[in-house]
Design a protein around this ligand. Sequence first.
Ligand code: LMR
Length: 410
Amino acid sequence: MSSRFSGVKLGPPIEVFALNKAYLDDSHPNKANLTIGAYRTNEGKPWVLPVVRKTEKRMAEDDTSNHEYLPVLGMESFTSAATKMLLGHDSSAVVQGRAFGVQTLSGTGALRVGAEFLNRHLHYTTFYYSKPTWENHRLVFTNAGFTDPREYRYWDPHKRAIDFDGLIADLRDAPENSVIILHACAHNPTGSDPTQEQWIKIADVMKEKKLFPFFDSAYQGFASGDPDKDAWAVRYFAQQGFELVCAQSFAKNFGLYNERVGNLTVVINSNDEIINVKSQLTLTVRGMYSNPPNHGAKIVSTVLNNEHLCQEWKDCIVTMSSRIKEMRQGLKERLQRLGTPGTWDHITQQIGMFSYTGLSPRQCEHLMSEYHIYLLKSGRINMCGVTTHNIDYIAKAIHDTILLLPESKI
Ligand code: LMR
């Protein structure tokens, strides 16, 4: 029978979700999942942060709570706490009331709402993302109406470091009012951030060329264990007088992946514009999903607005970031001890969830098919999938693979 859907073409799979499923479907006893960016304990299990569990139990017992709609722009106690967490409580934008937040469906939702707003109301059409970047940036921005996607150089595979000259040259060439997507910290996938001096230079060029900063902050606190340190770049731009937006995700730092807790922080130079901007953001959200969900935002709001719970949360992010740092050290040491060809210092120099190993696509394929170690074909590995139980197996597999297939970029 004919179908009106017969013209629909098969879309490509989403690599990170397809590989995560392939891992789950694999029955090999030594399989390892270094794909999707989610934290794992040393037992390889997801971790519900104790402070989150405790808060959820209290919420479940609170007979005064209900399931009424939230406002279109979200829960005020959550958005203001998230905005302050990003910019700092003493930020002049916060103190002067020039910054506000919009609750969104995690960081991705914040990217989408922010991009749609910038396209529709500021008429921005060109956006730049780092090469490489999180594979969803391009899709989110083009779906939001941006018509001119461009890349700025970011990674030098030979030096295994940021191609800073290339980055600056590409920003210098960008047309006025281009939106520049900047990873606030723990760049995905490379795990390599600009130094403070480099951020200062990026800000100088962006100011001179009148470019618009759109930060993506998916790892605040998770990267270094210190939320203030991880917010340095965003705060610097705000202090320099930039008007900017920032997509904040609470998936990683609160372990709330499937609750879709996000905030779009907006910093504006003049308080006079805020009512109008909020009214248009309200229409953007209303026309997209009407209003956001409560549960995850309530958890984050409860924790960030309570001194004791907030301290417990800070202890949790130290636990997570410390385990990752230990695994980085352990993997590097093992590869060095095995005499694996190449240098491995980048594993400990990189920060956050991911290490950009430098393994070639063929080597990645081999690790998956022969060793049941799943990783992205770019060579990105999620360090959280490495544990004291599988670290020797993973190091040996990488070693043997490089010896067998020595065409590595390393
Ligand atoms: C990742 O990069 O693995 C995560 O941010 C998950 C995702 O949505 O891609």
